[in-house]
Design a protein. Structure first.
Length: 231
């Protein structure tokens, strides 16, 4: 049984989400504020976290930051009524993996949760180590560990999927639309802006390897260039 940590201060919406997912066979720990959610998360593991942004005591952004200090890999989905781009991007910057805009259907939220759970099962089905050597770096996709010279980075699932996609097409253009559909499930404007955030993170990790560059083909896509490879 998959477990969900739900933090939503709207009592009615909290109940509806919890009831719907429990009927679908999930175990749901429901919290009404960010502080309660953090206390619930600390002693145990959850398969996925669903966070409202505007909550008392500890908002969703700061809660996500604290959760990421404990678990770098658990998928975090934000529930947001905010429409401004900077607020949505901030969710990705603090460690979120996806967002659902209010009002939303339970069918949409269930779909997004199941997408992350299916991906997690695929990772678990992989060998304990799937090491990929690139230039002066290596990427263990099974454990989401990137080593760049002396640096070691534990990637989030979304960062790992993006890097893997670029690696699989090394020195070739990968279109933005293909990345968005493969990783986020849809070619959406705001998801596209979040893609730029994830690319920036990967560039930061890879900057010590002078042979690797992520080239931006403006409005089209990205290419992971390896100057040591002629592929």
């Amino acid at each position: 049984m998959s477990s969900i940590l739900l933090a939503e201060d709207d009592e009615n919406l909290n109940f509806v989400i919890q009831d719907h997912f429990e009927q679908e066979g999930f175990e749901v720990k429901s919290c009404m504020d960010g502080h309660e959610a953090l206390e619930s998360f600390s002693p145990r593991h959850f398969d996925i976290v669903i966070l409202d942004i505007m909550m008392p005591k500890l908002d969703g952004f700061n809660l996500a930051i604290e959760i990421r200090k404990i678990d770098e890999f658990v998928p975090i989905i934000f529930l947001t009524a905010r429409s401004q781009e900077r607020d949505r991007l901030k969710g990705f910057e603090v460690g979120g993996d996806d967002y659902v805009s209010k009002p939303f259907s339970m069918k949409e939220l269930l779909y997004r949760v199941n997408v992350f759970l299916r991906r997690a099962k695929k990772v678990q089905a992989q060998p304990d180590s799937d090491l990929r050597l690139i230039s002066q770096s290596s990427f263990d996709s099974a454990n989401l560990v990137l080593k760049v010279r002396e640096g070691i980075y534990n990637l989030t699932e979304m960062e790992g999927r993006l890097l893997q996609m670029l690696l699989d097409n090394k020195n070739n253009l990968v279109k933005r639309s293909a990345i968005l559909v493969e990783i986020w499930g849809e070619d959406d404007y705001f998801k596209g802006r979040s893609l730029d955030v994830f690319v920036s993170r990967l560039r930061k990790y890879l900057k010590e390897d002078k042979n690797l560059t992520i080239k931006n083909h403006h409005g089209v896509g990205f290419t992971l260039l390896d100057s040591n490879c002629s592929e």
